[in-house]
Design a protein around this ligand. Structure first.
Ligand code: PEP
Ligand code: MN
Length: 360
């Protein structure tokens, strides 16, 4: 073969490459159109039967020189690329996505606005243990200037032999003490059938890390209009977290706040690993307010202030911490809850950073 022939063959390949590119692009555009129709119909993007049919036609038409296995492999790559394209398009259309709504979602709780640029601190005991305990916590928190108090009435404990919470009785205590001190209240709900009932007692429904993908619970929370604080699952990706929020928002409850609470890694120095990068990523990807739970993510009182400051510096709309009148006697999470003195020191340090005025 002469050099001239080789050059011509290379030119032919260049031409075919460009033709293939044009055909692939045309194919991608048609596939996107199919994606839009599927979106409207609410049917899944991946259709294994259709993919098998397309491959069967190709194999029936294959006259070589590529063998069937290679053709299958090549076209599967093309199909996957189209599916990825459809899924990217779909992501843009998630209701929780920043691509779908540019402005931040704000949540109004009396005269508090969450997500409006002024971060808040949510504080309170891990569990509601008694009227007296909650009242003591409320008095100290109110005095410190806190406006939203937490307290678990239904406790999803690792062991069935551990304190399970006071249930509805605990919600009643929160309501009574919250209204006495003018504090908004937040508590975890674990059963879809309790969601409606909970709206009578608390201002924010918490969905815990263990229930982030309890889809029936998410749907029930989406059917009411009480704000929801959704915790990131113990080993959930940011994508899974956002899709869990989508379950709530897609049912009509747009008042959703996200909270990073640490994820499982091999690290033992902290209870979980605080994924601080989740904060700016969630703020970029979604318009929902983003919080950080520094208590459950670290499990260490000695690093709560720096972690809270890191969260706020990364753009968090708020921080959650556990505070108990006498942590050593707490019925849950005794080691990680701050007493009032520790909390006041923590709060002073965070306030002094200036980060509670927002990032501007
Ligand atoms: C809690 O906040 O009370 C709690 C149980 O946290 P998590 O769901 O993040 O473990
Ligand atoms: Mn706890």
């Amino acid at each position: 073969m002469t050099q001239r022939n080789l050059n011509q063959l290379r030119k032919d390949l260049d031409t075919i490459n460009v033709q293939l590119l044009e055909l692939l692009s045309e194919r991608a555009r048609i596939s996107q159109e199919i994606g839009h129709v599927k979106n409207k119909q609410g049917v899944p993007k991946f259709d294994p039967v259709q993919e098998k049919n397309m491959l069967d036609v190709l194999i029936a038409n294959n006259t070589g020189p590529f063998d069937d296995k290679t053709i299958r492999h090549l076209f599967k790559q093309i199909f996957q690329a189209s599916l990825n394209l459809q899924q990217e398009e779909h992501k843009k259309h998630l209701l929780v996505s920043r691509k779908n709504q540019k402005e931040n979602t704000t949540i109004t709780l009396g005269n508090i606005t969450v997500g409006g640029g002024t971060p808040i601190i949510i504080a309170g005991p891990c569990s509601v243990e008694s009227y007296g305990q909650v009242r003591q916590a409320a008095a100290a928190l109110k005095e410190a200037g806190i406006t939203v108090m937490r307290g678990g009435a239904f406790k999803p404990r690792t062991s069935p032999y551990d304190f399970q919470g006071l249930g509805v009785e605990g919600l009643k205590i929160l309501k009574e003490v919250g209204s006495e001190f003018g504090l908004k209240t937040i508590s975890e709900i674990v059963d879809p059938s309790h969601i409606e009932l909970a709206c009578n007692y608390i201002d924010i429904i918490q969905i815990g890390a263990r229930n982030m993908q309890n889809f029936e619970l998410l749907k029930a929370a989406g059917d009411v209009r009480t704000p929801v604080l959704l915790k990131r699952g113990l080993a959930s990706t940011i994508d899974e977290f956002l899709h869990a929020a989508e379950y709530i928002v897609s049912r009509g409850n747009t008042q959703v706040m996200l909270i990073e609470r640490g994820i499982r890694t091999y690290e033992k120095a902290t209870r979980n690993t605080l994924d601080i990068s989740a904060v700016p990523i969630l703020k970029q990807e979604s318009h929902l307010p983003v919080f950080v739970d520094v208590t459950h993510s670290t499990g260490r009182k000695d690093i709560m202030a720096p972690c809270a400051k890191a969260a706020l510096a990364a753009g968090a709309d708020g921080v959650m911490v556990e505070v108990h009148p006498d942590p050593s006697t707490a019925l849950s999470d005794a080691a990680q809850q701050m007493n009032f003195e520790e909390f006041n020191r923590f709060y002073t340090e965070v306030k002094q950073s200036g980060l509670l005025h927002g990032l501007g």
